[in-house]
Design a protein. Structure first.
Lengths: 313, 251
C-alpha cells in the first residue's frame, strides 16, 4: 500500500512535464520553472540540513558555498569554455575546499560564535562577489553561461532541465540518506546530542562536524553551478543572507533533520509562494509569522506533525 | 607494569590547585576506589586522565602510552572507558543505538566503507547489535531497546550509560559515582555488576561517595583531600586511618 503510494508519486514527479503540457498547456513554462526552482532549493536545503539538522551547528554560511560554486562554474564555462560536467565538478571542489579551510577555525568557536562566524563568511563572500569586478563583473553579473550539455545531449528545453534538476535532487537525497543513517548518521547524531559523551565513545567531534560541513559545502557548490547554468546569469544578489532565511524556513518549518520534512518544506516554501503570487514583502511577513508559530507550537516542524498524525498516542 | 600510571599530576583552576602532585598506579585486574570529601579533586583527576582537562603538570601513562595531552576520543580508542557523574546519554538515539555508538568507532575508520555499507561493515554492525542486546539484557533494559534514551528514567539512563562504557570491552573502566542518586536496589545491582566485571578480570577505577559500596568491593582505596593524596591502602586500613577520619569528619 505504502509502496504503491510512492510509485504513484514517483511516476507523477517524473511525468510532470507531459502532465502539465496536457492539463495546462499555456502555463507549462511557468509551472516547470517553478518546479525546477523547487528541486534546486530542495537539494540545497538537504545539504544545509546535514549541518544544521544532523551535527547541530547553526551555520549561516550556506550562500557563500552556493555562490562560490555558481561563480566558479560561471567563470570557467564563459571564460575558459569548460564543458558542463567539468565546471560542475570544479564548483563542487572549490566550495568543498573553502568549507574545509574555514571550517577548521570556525568549529573552534562555541555555538553562538560559530553562527556569527559563518554569517561573517557569507557577508565576506557577498562583498567579494560585488566588488571583485575583474573576476565576477560585480553587479553587472556574469551573463551568457551556456546551457548544460552532457556529451551529445544538450539540455536546452525546460522539460530536459527539469529532469536534470530532478536527477540532481535524487542524487543529493540518496547521499543525504547514506550520510544520515546507519553508522555515519549515528556518529553525527552522537556529536549533535552530547559532544562530551561522543568523545568518550571514541568519536572525534571536530572531524565529524568538519565532514558534514565540507560535504554540505560541496553539495551547495554543485547546486550553485546547476543554478548558474540554468539561469545562464549569475549575479551577487543570488547569494545574499535572504537565501539563508529561505533555507532556514524550509528546514525548520519542514522538519529539521528529516529527509521527508525538508522535502515537504522545500515544496511548500518554494512552490506555494509562487503559486499564490505573494509579493516579496508579504512573503517575509508570512514566513516570519510561520517560523514563530512553528518554533513555539511544534519545534519539530511539519514533519513532527505528520508523524504525530500517523501514530496517534 | 601498571595498566594506568599517574605521576605527579597537577591541575589548577584560577589559582586553586584542584589536583596537587598526585601519584596513582592501577595494576591490571585491580579494583581501586578513589574517595575523598566533596571538592577533593576526584572528578578533576578523572577528567585529566581521560583527556577532558589538560593537566598543568605530571604525566598520565596507560600501558606505557603517554595520554597526558591526548583528546578524549583517542583515550577512548586506546581502551579506556569512562562514565560521567551526571547521567549522560544521547537523548535522541534509541537505547540500542546509544550502545552501538560506543563500539563502532573502535571498529573501522574508512568513511567510504561506512557510506557504502560494505559487507564487512554490515557484519561488524550485526555483531555489534548482538552484543548491544546482550548488554541491554544484562542491565535489565532489554525491553527498552527501541525507546529514545531521553525517555528513560534517571536510573535507567544511568544503567544505559554504564552498559555503553562496557560496549567496546575496555581494558580500563573509570566509573564516576555509579551509585549516586539511585535507589538502594539499584545500588546493589550496580555493586554486583562491578564485582562481576572484576571477576572477569577487568580493571576498574571507581569514584564513589557511598562508603558501604566502596568498603565492600574495593581491593585498594586511594584517598584525596584538597587535591592531595592523603592515604592509600586496603579498606580495613583506610577505615581506621586517622588522616582519613579527620578529612571526613574534622577534628
Amino acid at each position: 500500500m505504502r509502496r504503491a503510494g510512492w510509485l504513484v508519486l514517483g511516476a507523477v514527479v517524473v511525468t510532470v512535464p507531459w502532465l502539465v503540457a496536457t492539463a495546462i498547456p499555456r502555463q507549462q513554462r511557468y509551472v516547470l520553472h517553478v518546479l525546477i526552482f523547487t528541486a534546486i532549493f530542495a537539494a540545497l536545503a538537504l545539504s544545509y540540513d546535514l549541518v544544521v539538522g544532523h551535527v547541530g551547528s547553526l551555520s549561516l554560511a550556506h550562500p557563500a558555498f552556493f555562490g562560490i560554486g555558481a561563480y566558479a562554474a560561471a567563470i570557467l564555462a564563459t571564460r575558459a569554455g569548460w564543458p558542463f560536467l567539468a565546471s560542475v565538478l570544479a564548483a563542487v571542489l572549490a566550495a568543498a575546499l573553502v568549507a574545509a579551510l574555514v571550517g577548521v577555525p570556525l568549529f573552534r568557536l562555541a555555538e553562538h560564535a560559530f553562527a556569527v562566524g559563518t554569517l561573517g563568511l557569507a557577508l565576506v563572500a557577498s562583498v567579494v562577489a560585488n566588488n571583485w569586478v575583474e573576476v565576477t563583473r560585480g553587479p553587472l553579473c556574469i551573463t551568457g553561461i551556456p546551457k548544460p550539455r552532457l556529451g551529445a545531449l544538450a539540455i536546452t528545453t525546460l522539460p530536459a532541465f527539469y529532469w536534470l534538476a530532478l536527477t540532481a535532487l535524487v542524487a543529493v537525497a540518496l547521499l543525504y540518506r547514506g550520510l544520515t543513517t546507519f553508522r555515519l548518521g549515528r556518529a553525527f547524531h552522537a556529536v549533535r546530542d552530547n559532544e562530551p559523551l561522543a568523545g568518550a565513545a571514541g568519536i572525534d567531534p571536530l572531524k565529524y562536524r568538519l565532514l558534514a560541513f565540507t560535504l554540505a559545502g560541496a553539495i551547495a557548490g554543485g547546486i550553485g553551478a546547476l543554478y548558474a547554468h540554468y539561469l545562464s546569469v549569475m549575479c551577487p544578489e543570488e547569494m545574499t543572507v535572504s537565501l539563508t532565511v529561505n533555507l532556514l524556513v524550509i528546514v525548520f518549518l519542514g522538519g529539521v533533520g528529516s529527509l521527508r520534512g525538508v522535502l515537504v518544506g522545500a515544496v511548500l516554501f518554494t512552490a506555494l509562494p509562487e503559486v499564490l503570487r505573494l509579493t516579496p514583502t508579504w512573503r517575509l511577513v508570512i514566513y516570519g509569522g510561520l517560523l514563530l508559530l512553528v518554533v513555539i507550537r511544534s519545534p519539530g516542524g511539519l514533519e513532527s506533525l505528520l508523524s504525530r498524525a500517523r501514530s496517534p498516542r | 607494569m601498571p595498566l594506568l600510571e599517574v605521576r605527579g599530576l597537577v591541575k589548577r583552576f584560577l589559582g586553586v590547585t584542584a589536583v596537587d602532585q598526585v601519584d596513582l598506579a592501577v595494576e591490571p585486574g585491580e579494583l581501586v576506589s578513589l574517595i575523598g570529601p566533596n571538592g577533593s579533586g576526584k572528578t578533576t583527576l578523572f577528567n585529566c586522565v581521560t583527556g577532558y582537562l589538560a593537566a598543568d603538570g605530571g604525566r598520565v601513562l596507560f600501558r606505557g602510552h603517554d595520554l597526558t595531552s591526548a583528546p578524549p576520543h583517542r583515550v577512548a580508542r586506546l581502551g579506556v572507558a569512562r562514565t560521567f557523574q551526571q547521567v549522560s546519554v544521547f537523548p535522541r538515539l534509541s537505547a540500542l543505538e546509544n550502545l552501538l555508538v560506543f563500539l563502532q568507532q573502535h571498529q573501522e575508520e574508512q568513511l567510504l566503507a561506512r557510506l557504502l555499507r560494505t559487507p564487512r561493515v554490515r557484519r561488524l554492525e550485526a555483531a555489534a547489535v548482538d552484543r548491544a542486546r546482550r548488554l541491554l539484557d544484562l542491565v535489565g533494559l532489554g525491553a527498552k531497546a527501541d525507546a529514545a534514551a531521553g525517555s528513560l528514567s534517571y536510573g535507567q539512563r544511568k544503567l544505559l550509560a554504564f552498559a555503553g562504557a562496557l560496549m567496546p570491552d575496555p581494558d580500563l573502566l573509570l566509573l564516576d559515582e555509579p551509585a549516586a542518586a539511585v535507589n538502594p536496589t539499584m545500588i546493589n545491582q550496580m555493586k554486583d555488576h562491578i564485582l562481576a566485571l572484576h571477576r572477569e578480570g577487568k580493571t576498574v577505577l571507581l569514584v564513589e561517595h557511598n562508603m558501604d559500596v566502596v568498603m565492600d568491593i574495593s581491593q585498594r582505596i586511594v584517598v584525596l583531600d584538597h587535591g592531595q593524596k592523603i592515604a592509600e591502602g586496603p579498606p580495613a586500613a583506610i577505615r581506621r586511618d586517622p588522616r582519613v577520619i579527620e578529612a571526613y569528619f574534622g577534628r
